[in-house]
Design a binder for this molecule. Structure first.
Ligand SMILES: [Zn+2]
Length: 209
């Protein structure tokens, strides 16, 4: 379990990143850390990108309905205006922020702020997601949390999309995504490919008839 390196008395702030697949408990971990900071009398603010409207507009809500009030922002630069007098900043769904997020987080840390960002490290294609790889590179502390593979029960690192929709930004719940381990994720993709090839073959056969 992550233990805070220091709550007070440090000259600069720092960046913590909590990453992992869908349903890995990233937001729960973010909320846990923010609650502890509040207990330590720190002033805490939470932000998320405006596009995440899956649940309540003004709340960071994890899948277990544990919630904390948050502010939706249009652009990561906005965080610089909103951090006055704040000790700890929580950022949820960090993968959906713009490319300036890593630089903004570094500026916030230099101001003495503890920045805790939670986000998906990979998209459903298994590729690094948005600003996450650069954010991971400049952070002091990284926690990778894991879901459980719904097929074999091993640790899941990948978010498998059950629908064939190609758009990366597809907010979803359990009917759209499934956490899978590396093997089951790749097996799924191979089976999907075979299924779509079969469909194409089938269509071609129908045309031939
Ligand atoms: Zn598996």
């Amino acid at each position: 379990m992550f233990l805070e390196p220091h709550f007070k008395g440090q000259r600069s702030g720092w960046i913590e990143v909590i990453c992992g697949s869908m349903f890995s408990g990233k937001t729960e971990e973010l909320i846990r850390r923010l609650k502890r900071a509040k207990i330590a009398n720190q002033r805490v603010e939470i932000f998320k990108p405006r596009l995440d409207t899956r649940y309540d507009e003004a709340k960071v809500v994890s899948h277990d309905a544990n919630h904390v009030l948050s502010t939706p922002v249009e652009h990561s630069r906005k965080l610089l205006e909103l951090c006055e007098g704040v000790n700890v900043i929580g950022i949820d769904e960090a993968q959906f922020f713009d490319a300036d997020l890593p630089e903004v987080c570094q500026m916030l840390a230099l101001k003495g702020i503890r920045v805790i960002a939670a986000g998906l490290d990979m998209d459903f294609r298994g590729k690094p997601f948005g600003p996450m790889p650069n954010l991971l590179a400049v952070s002091e502390y990284i926690t990778k949390v894991h879901a459980i593979c719904q097929h074999c029960g091993n640790l899941a690192t990948h978010s498998y999309r059950l629908s064939q929709e190609e758009n990366t930004v597809m907010l979803g719940e359990k009917d759209v995504y499934e956490p899978r381990c590396r093997t089951c994720y790749h097996m799924g993709n191979i089976l999907d490919l075979k299924a779509s090839e079969k469909e194409t073959d089938g269509e071609a056969k129908i045309r031939e008839m």
